[in-house]
Design a protein around this ligand. Structure first.
Ligand code: NDP
Ligand code: HSE
Length: 433
């Protein structure tokens, strides 16, 4: 069979050559012929913008790619058909992408922080210029989740998304649970492995997951959700004791991104939560991610895979590059922003959730009745109570049924004020039941 005839080469510019960018450059080079056949035209990498050209880079330094490194990102984006942005941060990434779009280039980005903060500006500019903006790698690394939510489920109604979308924190929680390691020690390990953001506080404080939650919620509910709409709690407040207690009660602790439709609007939040060991998300180990989607007709779906790291993320980037390139060769355009529904975005106090409250109480008769009475006074019902002696005090573990977050917060405050309660040791939400 003769080789398919190819159209004129497409010029590809790469912004960033770090953990992800170096893998993108390598894949573009090693799979050049295959990619050309899939697209119908060769993809010529014409330049790689970095901050410091002389920095050694695995897979780049000492290869033909080294000659493509430049500090002149501005000129590079104006001469490309497709611009790949894997530099991160808000500026200059935003200005460079807008300049690329204005020059008629399609863009592919892995930059969830930028999309969650100012995605609509990019989408509007691309729509006006008639070019594509693709961002599969921005949420959950290698896992195809943007296309399924944006395209495969476009005929259904998404009700809820429950995701482990940050590889670093999942890796950290997993290592803390399985090996009893200290949080700081494991975060440093995640950085060495290339999972963490340039500033790992974005991971541990939950902001990286919040950006991803905002992107997923916007697509799922056809509503603009930005980073500021997402209630965020990270994993820094968790203790080894929380993780040990989770295990004693048949649960694991996960940092969850939750986006759900309620009767009044949409609630989007990120926080650590207890998940029953029997739930599919509980088995997601290491830096793996998983996104559990509930849709009214499809029912439950789970998307699972590597959520961080250079090569997995580069796989998602290259998939987008092929889509954008095919449009340049064959005509057509990818999906544009869909925000027609404009559902109200509600505060997390409106979310329905359950909590597990661990309390140190005095070990005497009537304590349980007092705690139960305070919980009932706030319209919250108790699902289970466990009691364990801990030295001179007793440790109560109260799990509630589902109630609104604001009622649960008031309940916990009232419990703190009970005379026989020494202290509220921890409060963790329970999800996935
Ligand atoms: P790195 O910090 O490893 O790489 C960033 C690259 O961008 C470096 O090559 C850096 O240049 C370059 N760069 C940064 N600022 C500038 C600038 N002003 N001008 C020119 N070049 C610049 O980041 P990652 O590869 O880890 O992440 C890149 C993007 O991908 C981020 O948006 C991140 O959120 C996203 N992402 C990362 C994943 C991961 O697992 N790492 C997974 C999914 C998404 P120099 O090398 O000279 O400093
Ligand atoms: N720092 C991110 C994580 C990279 O750990 O998930 C992938 O987006």
């Amino acid at each position: 069979m003769s080789a398919p005839s190819l159209g004129p080469a497409l010029r590809v510019a790469l912004l960033g050559c770090g953990v992800v960018g170096s893998e993108v450059a390598t894949l573009l080079t090693t799979h050049r012929d295959e990619l050309a056949s899939r697209v119908g035209a060769p993809l010529d990498l014409v330049g790689i913008a970095v901050r410091e050209v002389s920095r050694p880079r695995a897979g780049v330094t000492g290869t033909a790619l080294e000659a493509l490194l430049t500090q002149d990102a501005d000129s590079l984006v104006r001469e490309a058909d497709i611009v790949i942005e894997v530099m991160g941060g808000i500026e200059p990434a935003r200005e460079l992408l807008l300049a690329a779009i204005a020059s008629g280039a399609s863009v592919v980005t892995a930059n969830k922080a930028l999309l969650a903060q100012d995605g609509p500006t990019l989408y509007a500019a691309a729509d006006e210029a008639g070019v594509d903006v693709y961002f599969e790698a921005a949420v959950a690394g290698a896992i195809p989740i943007i296309r399924p939510v944006r395209e495969s489920l476009a005929g259904d109604q998404v009700e809820r998304i429950l995701g482990i979308v940050n590889g670093t924190t999942n890796y950290v929680l997993d290592r803390m649970a399985s090996e009893g390691l200290d949080l700081d020690e494991v975060v440093a390990e995640a950085q060495r492995l290339g999972y963490a953001e340039a500033d790992p506080s974005a991971d541990v404080d939950g902001h990286d997951a919040a950006a991803k939650a905002a992107i997923l919620a916007s697509l799922a509910f056809h509503t603009r959700v930005s980073l500021e709409d997402v209630a965020v709690e990270g994993i820094m407040g968790l203790t080894a004791d929380d993780i040990a207690w989770a295990s004693r009660t048949g649960q694991v602790v996960k940092l969850l991104a939750i986006a759900e439709r309620t009767t009044d609007g949409v609630v989007v939040r990120v926080h650590p939560a207890l998940v029953p060991e029997t739930h599919p998300l509980a088995g997601v180990r290491g830096a793996f991610n998983a996104v559990f989607v509930e849709a009214s007709a499809a029912g439950e779906l789970m998307f699972y895979g590597r959520g961080a790291g250079g090569a997995p993320t580069a796989s998602a980037v290259l998939g987008d590059v092929v889509s954008a390139a095919r449009h340049r060769v064959l005509g057509g355009k990818g999906p544009i922003e869909s925000s027609y529904a404009q559902l109200p975005v509600l505060p997390a106090s409106q979310a329905l959730t359950r909590v597990q409250i661990r309390i140190d109480v005095q070990d005497r008769p009537g304590v349980l009745a007092k705690v139960a009475a305070v919980v009932a006074e706030h319209g919250v019902s108790i699902e289970a109570v466990r009691q364990a002696p801990v030295g001179e005090v007793a440790h109560l573990v109260v799990t509630t049924h589902a109630a609104r977050q604001d009622a649960l917060d008031k309940t916990v405050e009232a419990i703190r004020g009970i005379d026989v309660v020494d202290r509220v040791v921890s409060v963790l939400r329970v999800e996935g039941i």
